[in-house]
Design a binder for this molecule. Structure first.
Ligand SMILES: [Zn+2]
Length: 104
């Protein structure tokens, strides 16, 4: 089982969609890390955005790093140690969801 709980599996499955999700990425040291990402606009809808005539700044997405599963509290490092290949592949899949993020 690659997931610690159903809640975590569901949040990973929501990556790139509008709303809250978990995204996997690889840091500059090659370590797999997890982010809690909140999207105002789904990844597939980003290209449909057009400049609007209003003076308001809107977040497309916002992220915060996380070390523990938000639903069961498991240390995510342990999950990665046990299922490195699975999360490495997921990180490649998720890379596009973090395109607008500064690289660390
Ligand atoms: Zn969990």
């Amino acid at each position: 089982m690659e997931y610690c709980c159903t809640g975590f599996r569901n949040m990973l499955a929501c990556a790139g969609e509008r709303g809250n999700a978990v995204v996997v990425w690889v840091d500059s040291g090659g370590e797999l890390r997890f982010l809690h990402q909140s999207r105002g606009v789904a990844f597939e809808d980003e290209s449909k955005l057009k400049p609007a005539e209003m003076d308001v700044v809107i977040n497309i997405s916002a992220e915060v790093g996380m070390r523990y599963c938000p639903t069961c509290g498991r240390l995510l490092e342990k999950l990665v140690v046990e299922h490195r290949d699975f999360y490495s592949n997921l990180a490649k899949e998720h890379e596009k969801y973090l395109a607008s993020m500064p690289k660390f």
